[in-house]
Structures are given as C-alpha cells and as structure tokens.
Design a binder for this molecule. Structure first.
Ligand SMILES: *[C@@H]1O[C@H](CO)[C@@H](O)[C@H](O)[C@H]1NC(C)=O
Ligand SMILES: *[C@@H]1O[C@H](CO)[C@@H](O)[C@H](O)[C@H]1NC(C)=O
Ligand SMILES: *[C@@H]1O[C@H](CO)[C@@H](O)[C@H](O)[C@H]1NC(C)=O
Ligand SMILES: *[C@@H]1O[C@H](CO)[C@@H](O)[C@H](O)[C@H]1NC(C)=O
Ligand SMILES: *[C@@H]1O[C@H](CO)[C@@H](O)[C@H](O)[C@H]1NC(C)=O
Length: 540
C-alpha cells in the first residue's frame, strides 16, 4: 500500500510501492520511442485471439467489498462470507476475460480481504499456505488435502473455469515454533501473499510481500522471496507487491538476475502527485526496465486509490477513475518479447557507447542546441540560466530547490546537494499557470525511509512559489523540452504525466556523458509532471 501522510493516521494497514535497481551506470541504454502512445483503458472489448508474437493479458481494478469494522473480531465463517462476495466478482471477471481469450489475469492487493485490520482481527481471513516448492497441489481438485484453504480452493477453481493463469493476493498464515528465533509471540507468521495458479488450477508459486507499508497485520518473511514463474504462452514472469516497487529487493534484483520479461503486480496504492500516482510509477517501471508490467490496483476513489494498467515499454493501457465507484477490467494484447528501451530484448543490457551520439536542436529553430558536451545558444536570445532566484517548496514531504519556468523558452539549471538538473524548453503560448523546475537529492523520510534523487518539471498548484509541489491533475502548458541531470544512481524512473491523468511516452531517454535525460517534443495535452525519479538504493 502506498499512502500520503494524511492516511498514515487513518490506516493501520497500508502499503506503498517502491522500486529499485542498482549497480553501475548500465541499466538503461539510449531509448528511441516513436510517437503515439498510451491509449486510455480499453475496457473489456479489446482482445480476441492473440496476434503472432503476442499474448492476451488482463488486470482487474476491483472495488472491494470491505468489512464494515475491520478491527472487530469475527469468525472464520463470517470472514469467508465476506471474502466470497469479492470472489464472486472475481468469478464474473474471469468469465468475461475468458470470452476474450485472456491467458493471464491479475487481481489487486487486498482485493479479497480488504484492509485496516489488526494482527488479531485479520486472523479469520487467513488461509493456510503450504509451500508450493515442497508440495505440488491443485486446491480445486484436492480440496481436502489442507484445512483452512477455502480461498485458495476457490481461486484454483476460477483458474480452471477460465482456463487462464490467475494471480491474486490474500492473507496467509504459517505456524512456527518458538525454537525459530523469528517466530512471533502468537506462534504463527502472517503474510501478505500473492499466489499464481496455472490454467489447470495448479498452485504454481507464491510471493510473500517483503516491503510492508505500515501493515501491522502482517510479517515480512525472514528471507526475501524472489519469485519467477514460467508460462507456456509468454515465458517468464516476475511477481511482487505494491510498495516493493520502490526497493532493490525483490524488484530490481529479480529483473537484474533473471530473464523476466513481464511482471505481475497486485497493489493497493493511494495516488500521490506530482510524482507517485499509481499509473505514473507503473509505466515508469515498464519503461525503465523494458518489460511488460501488469498492474492491478484496488478501486476506492474516496481513499485516493485508483490507477491500474497493462504497461509496455512503448505504450500503456491504463485506467484511472476518481468518479465511478465501479471496478474495471482492462484487457490488452502485448508482445511476448517486449521491445525495450535499448531496442533489444535485453532489458538490463548495457548501454552501447556507440549509441550515445546525440545531437539535436532541442527548442527548434536557431535558438539553442544541445549535444553530448554542452548546450549552445546563439544570437541575441536571452537565456535565463542562473538568472532567476531559486526557492524552496515541499513536494511530497521533501524540501525541493526550484526555479520558476518563465517565458516561452529558456534554459534552466537548479541544483540540490550533488544533483544538478537542467531544462531546455519552448512553448508556443503562455498560459496563466506557474511551472517550476525542481531538484531534490536526499533521504525521503515520511512513510518509510528511502533515498531519492529527483529532477522534476511540475505545474504548481497556483501562482505562488509555495504551491509548487502541490497535487494538480489539469494543465495546459504545451511544452517541448529536454530534461536532464547528473544522477549518482543508475536507477532512474522516467515520469511523464499530462492533463487529466494521462500518460505519454518520451521521445527519447537514456544516459549520455554521466547525465540521464528525457526528451519530448510534442505533447497531446498540457504537462502536469515531467520527472526523472532516481532511487539510490545503496544510500537507504
Ligand atoms: C480505515 O480507518 C480509517 C480511520 O478510522 C477510516 O477513516 C477509513 O475509512 C477506514 N477505511 C476503511 C476502508 O475501512
Ligand atoms: C498443470 O499446469 C502446470 C503448470 O503449467 C503444468 O506443469 C502441469 O503439467 C499441468 N498439469 C496437467 C495435468 O496438465
Ligand atoms: C543482456 O546484456 C548483458 C550486458 O550486455 C549481458 O551480459 C546479458 O547476457 C544479456 N542478456 C541477454 C538475455 O541477452
Ligand atoms: C529547505 O532547505 C533550505 C535550504 O537548505 C532551507 O533554508 C529551508 O529552511 C528548508 N525548508 C524547510 C521547510 O525545511
Ligand atoms: C553534478 O554537477 C554539479 C555542478 O557541476 C557538481 O557540483 C556535482 O558534483 C555533480 N554531481 C556529480 C555526482 O557528479
């Protein structure tokens, strides 16, 4: 679960997401992405038999039936009664998806049991979970093999019924002895668990969430699960949950050390603009690693929770809806071998120096150009680099250093600690809106501690400098821009969010002379955030 501060006091169990990568500056090669991108949610009508080289995936953003009083103790029968209401909805979605030829479906974190539990009050909601590594088990066909496994049985039967791989999240329990030093006082582990079933109902594997987000009801496993499962239709998938997306383990290690081309990702994410809305971070992860990212969020607009998608490195099929109370099934055909940013199928490939040649006229015309070494501006054009005063404003609880973005074009620099961020920009018309370029280099300390380096061009909430960093979703600034910074980490997540919670694909991004850059020349709607969100895992 991921939740801004206001919810910290409200939700005793939340989770957030995080993501990570590390190592030398090799993660992302130069990226060439052409034009048109993200279609808004496809609804359930998009599929049919897959085209050659593709498979059909679905994610379901679920409006969960929640316990009216999650702190109260209930019986197993009451818990099963509540969860079966959610599983009935899952069944309808599986049947709809089956008609569209879906081969794998992903359901969100907390979608079956809900949230706000205590360690004790969640207990009746937990299934017993044998290790799929030790026992081969088909819960639908062998229901009596283990007791307290009603939810697993139902999910397994849904996979059979829909003849598809099925990924879902549930709470599980595992008894332990006090000879085990990690064993909690109550004699059991309680895990926030994703499970995957094959299309014949076999329990293929499970992942127990490592980076819990203030989830008092759950324990983190003593050893991190790095889970990769194989499918006959698209090869290897990795799996993790919500807040995990911001950390090295398991997310980045999984992608660095295996041939994972796709990730399934149940989440319960509260949007936090301007940098960490659900669809923003999901698509950035797909772009950064050159993989397909199948993200299912729960749908509770009153709690700020919405935003799911099937994200490929080149386009996204997403859903973000703060109005409707209903869930949404997203179906899309995606490549079995996603074309990554390097133009190869190697998502973690090293950047080939011969690909780093980069020379272009950023702002067009005779004004300014940037090559790998420097920015050259000619003529009498006044460039405002360093001419403007910097100011400070809080963005997502971090103290950013910013400069205002003024005029129709310009070249700006702003630095914070060891990070300098640069922007070349042009816009044809000026709107009555304030934009600013911000830099932050330091530990984020609210709701989890993790070190970030960020360059961000944001639309401010109003016309005052102190509004820069506030949450906005509508904007009209049509920028052409080139944004770059001298990051100390190789793990950079590129964010590009436009008006009305829409995503766009960068024209180009990658490393060049120790700077990471993102370029975009033609937006289809006003810019809300263009950001380079760096995670420096070693500094956490
Ligand atoms: C969780 O608890 C908080 C605090 O009481 C409450 O405001 C919120 O509505 C609860 N959420 C759910 C889904 O029960
Ligand atoms: C069921 O699915 C698993 C995982 O794909 C596979 O290994 C197994 O052979 C299948 N079993 C049958 C009976 O088809
Ligand atoms: C990806 O690139 C790295 C670095 O060039 C190389 O070591 C690795 O073998 C490649 N992996 C694949 C699957 O091609
Ligand atoms: C933000 O950082 C600046 C520079 O270090 C400092 O002067 C200012 O007081 C900080 N603002 C807050 C709210 O901490
Ligand atoms: C980034 O550039 C600034 C300004 O040139 C410099 O002071 C800083 O040390 C650089 N940071 C790194 C990590 O190279």
């Amino acid at each position: 679960m991921f939740a801004p501060l206001i919810w910290l006091f409200l939700l005793s169990t939340g989770r957030l997401m995080a993501r990570t990568m590390s190592g030398a500056r090799t993660l992302l090669g130069l990226v060439l992405v052409l034009g048109g991108c993200c279609l808004a949610a496809l609804g359930a009508g998009a599929a049919g038999p897959p085209q050659a080289g593709r498979f059909v995936a679905a994610v379901y953003e679920h409006h969960a039936v929640l316990s009216p009083d999650p702190w109260a103790l209930s019986s197993r029968a009451q818990a099963l009664e509540l969860m079966s209401q959610n599983l009935d909805i899952y069944e309808q979605q599986v049947m709809t998806a089956a008609q569209k030829g879906v081969q794998i479906i992903v359901f969100p974190e907390d979608g079956i049991h809900g949230f706000n539990f205590t360690r004790t009050s969640i207990y009746p909601f937990l299934d017993f979970m044998p290790s799929p590594r030790l026992v081969r088990w088909n819960p639908c066909l062998e229901p009596h093999r283990f007791s307290d496994t009603e939810v697993l049985q139902r999910l397994s039967c849904l996979a059979i019924k829909g003849e598809m791989f099925l990924v879902a999240n549930l709470g599980t329990k595992q008894p332990c002895h006090n000879s085990d030093p990690g064993c909690p006082d109550d004699g059991r582990y309680q895990f926030n668990t994703n499970v995957v079933f094959s299309n014949n109902g076999t329990l293929v594997d499970r992942y127990r969430k490592h980076n819990l987000y203030f989830e008092a009801a759950f324990d983190a496993p003593l050893k991190v699960d790095h889970i990769v499962f194989d499918t006959p239709f698209a090869g290897k998938f990795g799996m993790f949950t919500c807040f995990d997306i911001l950390f090295f383990d398991p997310a980045v290690r999984l992608l660095r050390d295996s041939e994972v081309r796709h990730v399934v990702y149940p989440t319960a994410w509260m949007n936090q603009l301007p940098l960490l809305a659900a669809i923003q971070i999901q698509s950035a992860f797909a772009v950064a690693f050159g993989i397909n990212f199948l993200a299912a969020n729960i749908h509770h607009p009153s709690l700020g929770m919405t935003g799911s998608g099937i994200h490929t490195p080149l386009e996204s099929f997403w859903h973000h809806d703060m109005e409707s109370p209903r869930g949404r099934l997203i179906i899309a055909q995606v490549a079995k071998h996603p074309l990554g940013l390097t133009g190869t199928e190697n998502a973690t490939g090293e950047m080939d120096p011969s690909h780093s040649k980069f020379l272009e006229v950023v702002a067009g015309g005779p004004y300014c150009e940037k090559d790998a070494q420097e920015v050259r501006c000619e003529g009498a054009t006044r460039w405002n680099m360093d001419a403007l005063p910097t100011f400070h404003s809080e963005m997502m609880y971090d103290n950013f250093t910013l400069v205002p973005v003024s005029g129709k074009e310009g070249h700006l620099r702003v630095c914070a600690s060891d990070l300098c961020c640069y922007l070349l920009y042009r816009r044809h018309t000026l709107s009555r809106e304030l934009y600013a370029l911000g830099a932050f280099d330091g530990p984020h300390t609210v709701h989890g501690t993790y070190y970030v380096q960020v360059c961000a061009l944001v639309k401010c909430g109003g016309l005052g400098f102190d509004t820069c960093g506030q949450e906005v979703t509508e904007a009209s600034g049509m920028f052409e821009f080139h944004l770059w910074g001298n990051f100390s980490t190789s793990y950079i997540f590129p964010l590009l969010l436009t008006s009305g919670m829409t995503l766009e694909t960068p024209d180009q991004l990658g490393w060049e002379n120790d700077h990471y850059f993102l370029r975009k020349s033609s937006l289809s709607s006003g810019l809300v955030t263009a950001g380079l969100y760096g995670r420096w895992y070693e500094r956490d």
